[in-house]
Design a protein around this ligand. Structure first.
Ligand SMILES: Cc1ncc(COP(=O)(O)O)c(C=O)c1O
Length: 409
């Protein structure tokens, strides 16, 4: 029976620190796994392991069915028109690299332009930086306004008829702020550019409808959405995927090979060379069912309430600075901050000693941190299953940081 709370996650019962469950506030990095996901993976591993798409025997057919059912489930989750638009990858990073290396290399040339935002995670920055450098294209950045929001005006001015690709995150992994992706897509399409959406931080928090967004490509990671590691997704519009060569080549992706030639299968299998990660796909399927059973309206309600409480709690602690704007912007569960001049790694270590897990560092977004005028920061990131008591524990632990440094701890 699904509770939509920590009771669904065995981690909190089994991983105790000094007799207490860990206060886990690093959900943007990865999420804990609920029972239905663990059970689905265990069932697959104990009942029906076989190599899919290969054997003529019944067990292989069953593995194929489970793998392809997961693909259909992802398509439904994204409101995609067909499961052929869903490519399984290792993670969002792998998905974004696939677009850059396959679509990008073919369609971006000398003098063309790629636009990204300054808020991109390195996984949606480095593939474009490398492509631009190697193909002689110009990489343009759109910066943020004073509220931490993607600057639409600046973006419209940056778009030209040489813009071939616009790649943006839907939700920042540093500020949690949601960018106006549907509007970005409309403006990009008017200029003839293709849009790649990094949904790694949005998919766990808001329903995604690729048709309503109009996205050409969209990437996310199952492990940030209560699924297992190794279940990445790339959605791609059929007409674009059809025209893309595979990057990784080998078994399982060909119609015919001769000594000198190859004819590849249609997408999505064309992009999935080698034995696929069936247990990850099966786990992702269960994770999407779990999320639907909890329901996005409840997830959003709980996360919005918790995010507001987190922001207010941190603002009330003397010496704590928050990054990325706090007023008038949609913010999904992620809040970055510093505690006076204490190094974020020291903050995270002191918090850890009190059973509170947060992230500290540059969060794979160094250009954004540079734009914000900092090198490192702490980040607390929520899931719907966190509680106000978790945030109170975070607050108590942060207050104790001052005592460590004035010697009274
Ligand atoms: C916005 C964003 N994009 C991409 C990624 C990369 O995800 P993964 O490491 O699962 O490939 C992350 C991971 O934190 C992220 O936050």
């Amino acid at each position: 029976m699904i509770q939509g709370s920590k009771a669904d996650f065995p981690f909190f019962a089994e991983h105790l620190q000094e007799g207490r469950p860990v206060v886990y506030l690093d959900n943007a990095a990865t999420t804990q796994k609920p029972y239905p996901v663990i059970d689905a993976v265990r069932r697959y591993l104990t009942e029906s392991v076989a190599n899919p798409h290969r054997g003529a025997y019944q067990l292989s057919g069953e593995a194929t069915s489970r793998y392809e059912a997961a693909r259909s489930r992802v398509a439904a989750f994204l409101n995609a028109t067909s499961s052929d638009t869903v490519v399984f990858t290792k993670n969002a990073t792998d998905s974004l690299n696939l677009v850059a290396e396959s679509y990008g290399r073919r369609h971006v040339g000398e003098g063309d332009e790629i636009i990204i935002s300054i808020a991109e995670h390195h996984s949606n920055l480095l593939p474009w930086q490398r492509l631009a450098q190697e193909n002689g294209a110009l990489l343009k950045y759109v910066y943020l306004d004073e509220t931490g929001m993607f600057d639409m005006e600046q973006f419209r001015q940056a778009l030209t008829d040489r813009t071939k690709i616009v790649a943006v995150t839907q939700v920042s992994n540093v500020t949690g702020i949601e960018f106006p992706v549907a509007e970005i897509v409309r403006a990009s399409h008017d200029a003839g550019a293709v849009v790649v959406v990094d949904a790694a931080q949005s998919a766990p928090h808001i329903p995604i409808d690729v048709q309503a967004l109009g996205a050409d490509f969209l990437a996310f990671s199952g492990h940030k959405l209560y699924g297992p590691d190794g279940a990445g997704v790339l959605y791609g519009a059929t007409c674009l995927l059809q025209d893309m060569p595979p990057i990784s080549v080998g078994g399982g992706i060909v119609e015919e090979v001769t000594e000198r030639t190859v004819r590849y299968m249609d997408p999505p299998l064309r992009f999935e060379a080698g034995t696929p990660n069936v247990e990850a796909a099966v786990g992702l399927h269960a994770a999407l069912d779990y999320v639907d059973a909890v329901g996005f309206s409840r997830i959003r309600r709980q996360e919005q309430e918790l995010t507001g409480y987190l922001v207010r709690t941190l603002q009330a602690i003397p010496g704590v600075s928050l990054y990325g704007g706090t007023e008038g912007v949609a913010r999904h569960g992620v809040v970055s901050f510093n505690v006076g001049s204490v190094h974020p790694h020291d903050v995270a270590t002191i918090l850890d000693s009190q059973g509170v897990a947060i992230r500290a560092g540059h969060h794979c977004a160094q250009p954004l941190l540079n734009f914000l005028g900092i090198r490192f920061c702490c980040r607390a990131s929520l899931s719907f299953m966190n509680t106000k008591e978790d945030i109170d524990a975070l607050s108590d632990a942060i207050i104790s940081v001052g005592r460590w440094f004035d010697g009274s701890a």
